[in-house]
Design a protein around this ligand. Structure first.
Ligand SMILES: Nc1ncnc2c1ncn2[C@@H]1O[C@H](COP(=O)(O)OP(=O)(O)OP(=O)(O)O)[C@@H](O)[C@H]1O
Length: 359
């Protein structure tokens, strides 16, 4: 187990990068604490695999260093980094039994058979696969194969980090939540540093204590799932996380007051001085429909069972609201109010309001 430090890491696939646009990974500085559960979350092409390959040693970064417990490993090949990896598709030997599959990473390192037996039995119990130990892997369902693949990552107790790269891609949707919660439970038991790479917010938020959100090669926020939901540092995070995501509305700031669609809006706190493109960020959970406020027309109502998502249009801008109970019909006129302590101003994408602190 190790603390992982990324120190001024940058990577470009181009031989002669000219500017930030030529970097698949823009400058990255971060510490992953020993034993933490982390997720790397972002859309396709944001640089997740590039970063993962740099950590595992498959790719040498153009600039910067990777440290494990303070020791520079940037120049070390993958086999000397002591990393376990679980991939999208199960990596197991079909002709071997489940027991032999789990034992393989240990036997490969010359661990003695009595120790192998203890570890395999422990991991099998954690994964609820004890009764399958004698089964040939070829006979397993895809989700059980992926479970065994995870077990192969977990079985060694000498690894610095276990990295999961979209491990639930091949799992049926109704089984995903089972494996997801199993993984969380396993992390709590084994306490190895784990990095879970995904483009799926649900997977990232349920697994990780800390989520690193990436966009276009840049880390836009590192925080707990609650931080990312409550106070997105960037409009991208607000929009990407949540269902539906945060409303990002064009805003005008004039003489210290903020306006949306010509109506003044009260923000969570003071605005940091500066110029740029302004937007208001407000989650649909904090938009209320009523008889006063910003005039809008209901465009669409989606009944999701416990609540409905009402999409209204104010001027030319769509605003979503999550509504419990009675909802207006399509085409009806409504008024929108935003909960002030949840209404934030963003400048050129980045948060520009300060949270008022209770006296
Ligand atoms: N071998 C390569 N050569 C050149 N460019 C590459 C290479 N691998 C990735 N890229 C580019 O680097 C950027 C980041 O890609 P990367 O695969 O790291 O993203 P990702 O978030 O892992 O996406 P995905 O989830 O689709 O794998 C993309 O613009 C991609 O086109």
């Amino acid at each position: 187990m190790a603390k992982i430090t990324l120190d001024r890491l940058r990577h470009s696939y181009m031989p002669d990068p000219k500017g930030p646009q030529d970097y698949a990974l823009k400058e990255l500085n971060l510490d992953w604490q020993d034993g933490g559960a982390y997720a790397l979350l972002g859309p396709s092409g944001c640089g997740k695999s590039t970063l993962l390959n740099i950590i595992s040693g498959l790719l040498h970064p153009s600039e910067g260093r990777i440290l494990f417990d303070g020791k520079d490993v940037t120049g070390l090949p993958p086999d000397q980094r002591n990393i376990a990896q679980v991939f999208q598709f199960p990596v197991i030997y079909d002709t071997m039994s489940v027991y032999d599959n789990l034992a393989f990473p240990l036997r490969n390192r010359g661990v003695d058979e009595s120790r192998v037996k203890t570890r395999v039995e422990d991991i099998a119990a954690m994964l609820d696969v004890t009764e399958m130990l004698g089964t040939r892997a070829a006979h397993l369902s895809p989700d059980n194969k992926q479970k065994i693949s995870m077990g192969r990552g977990l079985v060694r107790d000498d690894v610095n980090v276990i990295m999961f790269d979209e491990p639930l891609t091949v799992i049926d949707p109704h089984l995903k939540w089972k494996l997801r919660s199993k993984l969380k439970e396993l992390h709590q038991k084994v306490k190895v540093t784990m990095i879970y790479v995904t483009h799926d917010q649900t997977e990232a938020l349920t697994f990780a204590d800390q989520v690193v959100v990436m966009q276009e090669g840049q880390v836009v926020q590192i925080g707990t799932p609650v931080d990312l939901f409550e106070r997105p540092a960037h409009t991208f995070v607000g929009h990407f996380i949540g269902s539906p995501g945060m409303n990002v509305l064009p805003a005008e700031v004039k003489d210290g007051a903020t306006f949306f669609n010509g109506e003044q809006v009260t923000l969570e706190g003071a605005v940091a001085p500066g110029e740029g493109r302004h937007e208001i960020g407000i989650r649909p959970e904090y938009v209320t429909l009523g008889s006063t406020g910003i005039p809008a027309t209901v465009r669409k109502v989606m009944d999701l069972g416990r609540h409905s998502v009402v999409e209204a249009v104010a001027g030319e801008t769509r605003v979503s609201a999550i509504v419990e109970g009675a909802v207006p019909g399509q085409g009806e006129s409504v008024h929108l109010t935003f909960r002030p302590d949840q209404t934030r101003l963003y400048r050129d994408g980045w948060i520009a309001t300060k949270q008022e602190r209770a006296a």
